[in-house]
Design a protein around this ligand. Structure first.
Ligand SMILES: Cc1cc2nc3c(=O)[nH]c(=O)nc-3n(C[C@H](O)[C@H](O)[C@H](O)COP(=O)(O)OP(=O)(O)OC[C@H]3O[C@@H](n4cnc5c(N)ncnc54)[C@H](O)[C@@H]3O)c2cc1C
Length: 503
């Protein structure tokens, strides 16, 4: 085992994944490790990852980036949640809003009181007890940690941003910290005879670049992890059969909404992501049920404003690499696997991949136990996100197209079934300790998709009907008033982080 320190890291690929890795490594390993990033302008980047989840703020915060500055440079907006339309049944609308819902009472989660209140006819919609959702629906936003003089959460938020501009921002950050960027197309990879580690990559115009650790950020193709190391791919399209997306930006009409929208269509769904200068739209669909032409026409017909570019089709297979780290190569971003952007998780998976790599950063010999642990944790994280996505599809009551009927009929992974059964019986929500989605997220999607528990925790019965009604009404009133006090999202952006230049 070679215990010498890693001296040189080579990142192949300069999309969001490559530059996030470069930015983080350059901040934490400055002066210790040489970092070279190779990217090819001819190949370009996917450039459609525009919606994030609140954990992104940990990444930008840890790297000392100023939030307003990030949003200014990326035409970014704030995001309080994702609104799902037509998912349970046609006409249904619910939100996976970030942040808390209601308040715990007597050690018991709020939703048990809500379930009992619903049965007693004294509870409103979940939205009434969520400041995030109430503010989102009123198109309002401000920084607010807590509702003053209460125990109720303030606003928990993420960002929408222009993905290409975000990659550019990260690039400037990384280069300022010593990352060397090399323009060129990798055409050949050399493996070391002894252990099959990657020794070097060769660029089309000649140079050979060697390193100790290689990070594959080359997108779906996985140039190093798959085309070279033949790691293998676990295909999840049985459960998540959408395998195409057609994306197009359009001009905005109406107020600047602080949330993403995901509208279920005949054989997939459409996203709407509001930015300062335009709206990002895309139609994710299953090609077994819908042609690319039909999907594109549906998307264009649904746009709220004039299209600002030609629609672009992207093809993918949902799943993950069998190993995220293989020999001296770690795959991040699309090279590591892909799940559709229904819960905006891809950039987050890059982030956790990077932070895990920092935690398990190797020596030249690459200890097998570290690699195994890294892979085990990534696998677990990918699978839990997969299950959460399947939940949205499986719990539907639509009968207007074969796609939705098939999704409902298909058995789900055992772990997901257990969670749904627990909730359906007594409203219990099981969540492992460092799982990404909160109990409140599971609650909103399970309830939003129409899963109604038969009962609730017996402790919720200790309030009499009048006490229960007052408890629920009180929270509803406080949240309604607080939301009205917030400024309009558009005004908040104009004041704090308006982009200075047109893109
Ligand atoms: C339809 C769709 C919608 C999405 N929406 C979201 C979302 O809302 N939220 C979210 O979090 N994520 C989303 N994602 C995912 C997000 O776009 C990606 O996770 C993110 O952009 C990371 O991409 P990447 O850097 O891995 O790959 P890419 O952007 O594809 O970058 C690949 C890089 O590798 C380089 N490269 C490839 N081959 C070579 C070579 N031979 N030599 C040199 N360089 C090479 C390219 O030049 C490029 O720089 C979405 C993805 C898709 C497909």
């Amino acid at each position: 085992m070679n215990h010498e320190p890693v001296r040189k890291v080579v990142i192949v690929g300069g999309g969001t994944a490559g530059w996030m890795a470069a930015a983080a490594l350059s901040e934490f390993f400055r002066g210790l490790v040489e970092i070279e990033l190779i990217e090819s302008a001819d190949i370009g980047i996917v450039g459609v990852g525009e919606a994030t989840i609140p954990q992104i703020r940990l990444f930008t915060g840890l790297l000392g980036m100023d939030e307003a500055e990030v949003l200014r440079h990326t035409h970014g907006t704030y995001k309080l949640g994702i609104q799902f339309r037509d998912w349970g049944r046609l006409g249904d609308v619910y939100m996976h809003a970030f942040g808390g819902i209601g308040a715990r009472l007597g050690g018991l989660d709020f939703h048990h009181y809500w379930l009992r209140g619903r049965a007693a006819g004294v509870a409103g919609r979940l939205a009434d007890y969520s400041l995030n959702e109430t503010a989102a629906l009123a198109d309002r936003f401000a920084y607010l940690e807590r509702i003053p003089e209460t125990q109720l959460d303030g606003l928990v938020y993420a960002y929408h941003f222009d993905a290409a501009q975000f990659a550019g921002y990260l690039r400037r950050y990384g280069e300022a910290r010593g990352v060397r960027r090399t323009e060129g197309k990798v055409v050949d990879v050399t493996l070391r005879g002894a252990d099959g580690f990657i020794e070097s990559v060769r660029l089309e115009n000649g140079p050979v670049i060697g390193g100790d650790l290689f990070i594959d950020c080359t997108g779906f193709r996985g140039l190093l992890i798959e085309e070279t190391l033949e790691t293998g791919y676990e295909d999840w399209s049985l459960w998540l059969p959408c395998d195409r997306a057609v994306a197009v930006p359009c001009a905005a009409a109406g107020p600047l909404r602080p949330y993403t929208q995901a509208t279920a269509l005949k054989a997939g769904w459409q996203w709407r992501i509001p930015l300062q200068h335009r709206v990002g739209n895309g139609h994710v669909f299953a090609s077994a049920y819908l042609s690319e032409d039909e999907a594109t026409t549906m998307l264009l017909d649904n746009l709220e404003g004039e299209p600002l570019a030609e629609p672009r089709v992207l093809r993918f297979t949902t799943g993950r690499r069998k190993r995220f780290w293989n020999r001296n190569c770690v795959a991040l971003g699309l090279a590591s696997g892909f799940m559709e952007p229904l819960e905006s998780t891809s950039i987050h998976l890059v982030q956790t991949g990077v932070s895990r790599l920092l935690e398990y950063f190797p020596r030249k010999g690459m200890d097998a136990v570290d690699i195994d642990e890294y892979n085990r944790r990534c696998t677990w994280e990918f699978e839990r996100i997969r299950d959460f996505l399947i939940l949205h599809y499986h719990l539907n009551r639509r009968s207007d197209s074969p796609f939705w009927v098939d999704r409902r009929r298909l058995p789900v992974p055992a772990e997901l079934q257990r969670r749904m059964d627990l909730f359906a019986a007594n409203g219990r929500i099981h969540r492992e300790f460092d799982e990404l989605f909160t109990a409140v997220a599971w609650l909103q999607v399970m309830a939003g998709q129409g899963l109604q528990p038969a009962s609730w925790h017996p402790l919720a019965d200790r309030l009499d009907r009048g006490q229960l009604e007052r408890f629920l009404d009180n929270i509803h009133t406080i949240i309604g008033k607080e939301a009205q006090r917030l400024p309009a999202h558009a005004d908040f952006i104009a004041q704090h982080c308006a982009a200075r230049e047109k893109p």
